[in-house]
Ligand binder design. Structure first.
Ligand SMILES: [Zn+2]
Length: 573
């Protein structure tokens, strides 16, 4: 491809709305253009990369035995109603109506659509195991789209769904996908951190996210460098220490605390650290009020609480509901009460001596509160968020935190969709049974952007050979028609050998061409200039290492082939 005949609108300046490297560089290198908030156009060079990532995903999915489908992106509301998610998906799901007022969702995910399709296609245990997938557009009504294609309203996902006869089969399918995902990301030269994840609303039993460490990551990972434990913060467990406080028990006393409600207010008022408080928060879990009690220096982990309660929905109770169940306005709830309310205590609460907590009475707190004496720990669970420095649940060493972006996610769905949507097959005995499902996603655009996040420098992108838009970029520095013809000859030689080559034949300064070549990040650059016209020497320069060498025209092709193979092997082997 010749740049003079190509669309490659490189920019010197960063786009004003880009805060992250991938967004900045993908726009500047002419890979994408913003169409409107959260929507992007892939220009020819960006599309080439996207297609290469897609090809790797497809190749590895096919190798795993999965079968490719192409599903409608508009999915009928009826399917979502069958699973019950029409009401629970929330405002992130785009919903539309046709002229006959039939309702549809622009699919954010395809569990329902695939379960329904498979329901009509299989009937016997002989049809299983089955893993079906597609590479298709997904939609999400992002409240605040940002980071370029990292968080957009429309994106391309590979989503796969496995169907097995039993848990053993599901585990085999899950492990196959685990392996496949590792291969896919490796081939894209993307270093991922697989972490245990909360299964949350998807309602499964085991789940792993493939995270890319990044400062802009919206998820926090807890990592134990000693034993390798990795989990996202929603899921991360930690060893709850028992404080070394051995002071004698004080009597329970009510203290007037007018308008002292928050933990910050309380630490000032009582002149003590937040760990002495028993923070008591009232939630509504599937319509019932419950009180969660945690130490004042800890945040409640609503995912853990929700899982512990096995609740489908959990939200903070309204002020009026809090007042109704505790007898006091918000800010004065506590576990010392005769009222009947289900309480869940974090595992650390039992270690608090002479604690302070709301007295369930306006403007009043109790001091000298001791678990066991003043209230009973009826129900105990780990319901707090693990933080930097917390002790690893596996080995007890202090953990660190890292921010991460999810590029892939695999999980065991269980029977949620096969049961709610009545998918059955006949087992060996002719009895109708529900297959057990797994579900596996990869964000394709996100993977591409994450590669840019990991592989760039201050000059631009540094594409890995496996997904680069072009393998070779020729910078021609010709002053005469004769020299231009000599450059073109090199270009044609490369092209005829099947090498993906981009020729910069624009009539601009060499400096401009070199800067653009570094910005767009093609792995191999060949300079055809004075040295060639006079001495038959071509310069090969590697974008990744900055190393250069000179070769003659006769040796050029063999050397380029060798480098392409080496650079591919570095990634794939
Ligand atoms: Zn550990």
């Amino acid at each position: 491809m010749k740049i003079s005949r190509y669309i490659l609108p490189t920019l010197k300046e960063d786009p004003s709305d880009a805060t992250v490297a991938s967004h900045r560089l993908m726009v500047r290198a002419g890979l994408i253009r913003k169409e409107s908030a959260g929507m992007y156009i892939y220009l020819p060079m960006g599309l080439k990369v996207l297609q290469k990532v897609t090809a790797i995903v497809r190749e590895e999915m096919n190798r795993s035995g999965a079968l490719e489908f192409l599903m409608p992106e508009m999915t009928s509301a009826e399917l979502w109603k069958e699973s019950g998610r029409w009401n629970t998906m929330g405002p992130e799901m785009f919903r539309i109506k046709d002229r006959n007022t039939m309702e549809y969702a622009l699919a954010p995910t395809h569990e329902e659509a695939f379960t329904s399709a498979v329901r009509s296609l299989i009937s016997s245990y002989r049809d299983l195991p089955l893993n079906v997938y597609q590479i298709n557009t997904k939609f999400r009504d992002e409240i605040r789209p940002r980071f370029g294609v990292m968080r957009s309203k429309e994106f391309i996902m590979k989503d796969a769904y496995s169907f097995d006869m039993d848990e053993k089969g599901l585990d085999d399918s899950y492990q196959t996908m685990r392996k496949t995902y590792r291969t896919i990301f490796k081939r894209c030269n993307l270093e991922t951190i697989p972490v245990e994840a909360d299964t949350g609303a998807m309602g499964g039993s085991q789940s792993e996210e493939f995270m890319v460490a990044s400062e802009i990551g919206e998820e926090v990972l807890l990592i134990c460098e000693a034993c390798g434990y990795k989990a996202n913060q929603e899921k991360a467990e930690y060893q709850h220490g028992v404080p070394g406080n051995t002071e004698p028990e004080a009597p329970l006393a009510a203290v007037d605390t007018p308008d002292v409600r928050t933990i910050d207010d309380l630490t000032v008022f009582f002149k003590c650290g937040p760990e002495r408080f028993m923070k008591s928060i009232v939630y509504t879990a599937d319509g019932t009020q419950i009180m969660a009690v945690v130490p004042g220096n800890r945040e409640i982990n609503e995912h853990k609480l929700k899982n512990h309660l096995r609740a489908a929905e959990l939200e903070l109770s309204s002020d009026s509901a809090v007042e109704e169940v505790t007898g006091a306005p918000v800010g004065f709830a506590g576990p010392v009460t005769d009222r009947k309310i289900r309480m869940v205590f974090d595992t650390s609460v039992k270690g608090i001596i002479n604690g302070i907590t709301g007295a369930n009475k306006k403007d009043t707190h109790y001091t000298g509160v001791n678990p066991g004496r003043d209230f009973t720990i009826t129900e105990e669970a780990d319901i707090t968020i693990a933080e930097e420095g917390d002790l690893c649940p596996q080995c007890g060493k202090a953990m660190i935190t890292r921010k991460g972006i999810e590029v892939g996610h695999i999980f065991k769905l269980g029977y949620k969709y096969s049961k709610s949507m009545s998918l059955t097959v006949l087992d060996r005995n002719g009895k109708a049974v529900h297959p057990i499902m797994g579900c596996y996603g990869i964000g394709v655009n996100r993977t591409m952007a994450a590669v840019v996040e990991q592989h760039h420098d201050d000059k631009g992108i540094v594409w890995p050979m496996t997904i680069t838009p072009f393998q070779v970029c020729i910078v021609g520095i010709a002053k005469t028609d004769e020299e231009a013809a000599a450059v073109e000859e090199i270009y044609t030689m490369m092209k005829d050998a099947g090498i993906e080559v981009l020729l910069d034949d624009r009539k601009v300064s060499p400096g401009f061409k070199f800067a653009d070549a570094e910005l767009i990040g093609i792995p191999i650059r060949i300079t055809v200039g004075k040295n060639y016209f006079n001495n038959n020497e071509l310069e090969i320069k590697m974008r990744r290492t900055g190393e250069s060498e000179n070769v003659t025209k006769g040796n050029l092709l063999a050397r380029i082939m060798e480098i392409i193979k080496q650079e591919t092997d570095i990634i794939e082997k």
